[in-house]
Design a protein around this ligand. Structure first.
Ligand SMILES: [Zn+2]
Length: 416
């Protein structure tokens, strides 16, 4: 199973917006760019919302069927490990093997020695086409990288072989992710990680490194854009070389776990994939759920009432909601509007504060981040929330489609 050149991970917390999401992909295709939709959802999201992987599969199948989509699409078991992969086995055909839990834990000394020995031809100075300065790799450096990542990659190998044994090698796409580690990987580290991935026989089609800078959920990138651009371009060069050197799949590409909406790095990414004519997987977080809130607010009446209630409750439980996301959100509580203020807002005012339009004066990134992690509140509303999604489906769908098309697909994939 080959993953196409451009693909986009479109998380959808409540699994109700598949059609509206796919409509954006269809419009992009009409405008000349083929992007494969990948519905991704992690175990954590399923647990919070009380959905199961089969729900994502039916959402995807149903959207594809009802809109007559005949191109490829996938269902991604996002950030899975050996402990929970079995839950995803039937429903998924894309597996993101998360190795973050094991990075920093050291493999056996024997394995480390064998790895250094196997790759000793890279000791000294070696050129990576596309990177100006040659890598000056030492045995110590390779050993250090092995010490940090080899066990993690071996663990990914175990997960891969477990999936392969059940599904058959040709029936799924494999991604290796290490974006949830503490430190960004250098391009030299990336090269030897890919060597280890190949040694393990993992036919990775996408790899998700951790990049420099902050990737807070649902809001723009915070960091040095020029440094990011340099890293991104170096990673592309390293991947191109690793494909040749280690026999990895020729379509191996970068996967950017964006946490959604990293608009300021979209331009350098767009430039780089165009310049080198390479693929990209852009994975987003569940910000479609924020478009649901925007749609509900704009619908007015009961919809607006629910949107306000979610915020009021979220504010009261902010520590609990933010806890699991502590490393990927930055909320200044002083900048959050009081529930009384929000109570007085019109639907338009609520939408203006929440929608990710940085040119809008009312846009509030603290409000947005808190609501991003507040999906648990909506999940607890249960049927009431889902019924509102149905009742106000039209206005919600417009927002969902517009968000994916205008703010994401057009900025990153649709050239000129
Ligand atoms: Zn990730």
């Amino acid at each position: 199973m080959i993953l196409e050149k451009y693909s986009m991970g479109i998380g959808d917390r409540f699994a109700r917006q598949g059609k509206a999401q796919l409509a954006a992909i269809i419009e992009a295709k009409r405008q000349g760019v083929d992007v494969t939709p990948v519905w991704n959802k992690s175990h954590r999201e399923h647990a919070t919302i009380r959905t199961v992987p089969a729900d994502v599969r039916s959402e995807a199948d149903e959207a594809v069927k009802s809109l007559g989509w005949t191109d490829g699409y996938h269902v991604d078991a996002d950030h899975i490990g050996l402990k929970n992969v079995d839950l995803f086995m039937d429903s998924s055909d894309f597996f993101t093997l998360d190795v973050a839990d094991f990075t920093g834990q050291s493999a056996d000394e024997e394995d480390i020695r064998a790895f250094v020995e196997k790759h000793k031809k890279y000791i000294g100075s070696f050129e990576v086409p596309g990177i100006d300065e040659a890598f000056k790799t030492t045995a110590d450096r390779i050993e250090g990288i092995a010490r940090k990542y080899l066990l993690a990659v071996k663990e990914a190998g175990k997960i891969y072989r477990h999936i392969e044994a059940t599904k058959g090698a040709d029936n799924f796409v494999t991604e290796v992710s290490m974006d949830e580690t503490d430190e960004p990987q250098t391009s030299e580290e990336m090269f030897f990680i890919l060597a280890a991935v190949a040694d393990e026989g993992i036919p990775a089609q996408t790899v998700a490194p951790k990049f420099t800078g902050r990737f807070n959920k649902g809001v723009d990138y915070v960091g040095n854009v020029a440094q990011f651009e340099n890293e991104f371009n170096q990673d592309l060069a390293v991947i191109a070389l690793a494909i040749k050197e280690f026999g990895l799949p020729p379509n191996l590409k970068l996967s950017v776990h964006s946490g959604s909406d990293k608009f300021s790095i979209y331009e350098p990414i767009r430039k780089a994939i165009k310049k080198y004519d390479v693929g990209l997987h852009l994975k987003t977080a569940g910000t479609t759920w924020l478009e649901e809130l925007i749609g509900l607010a704009m619908a007015g009446g009961q919809g607006l009432k629910i949107a306000k209630e979610v915020y009021r409750k979220a504010l009261g439980r902010s520590d609990e909601l933010c806890g699991p996301y502590a490393t990927v959100i930055d909320i200044d509580k002083d900048k959050l509007p009081s529930p009384e203020v929000v109570e007085g807002w019109s639907g338009q005012e609520y939408a203006n504060a929440l929608r990710h339009d940085q040119t809008c004066q009312q846009y509030n990134l603290h409000f947005r981040q808190l609501l991003h992690v507040a999906y648990k509140i909506a999940a607890e509303m249960g049927q009431r929330y889902l019924a509102a999604l149905k009742e106000f489906e039209n206005v919600i769908a417009i927002n969902v489609t517009e968000n994916i098309l205008e703010r994401h697909l057009k900025r990153i994939f649709i050239y000129e």
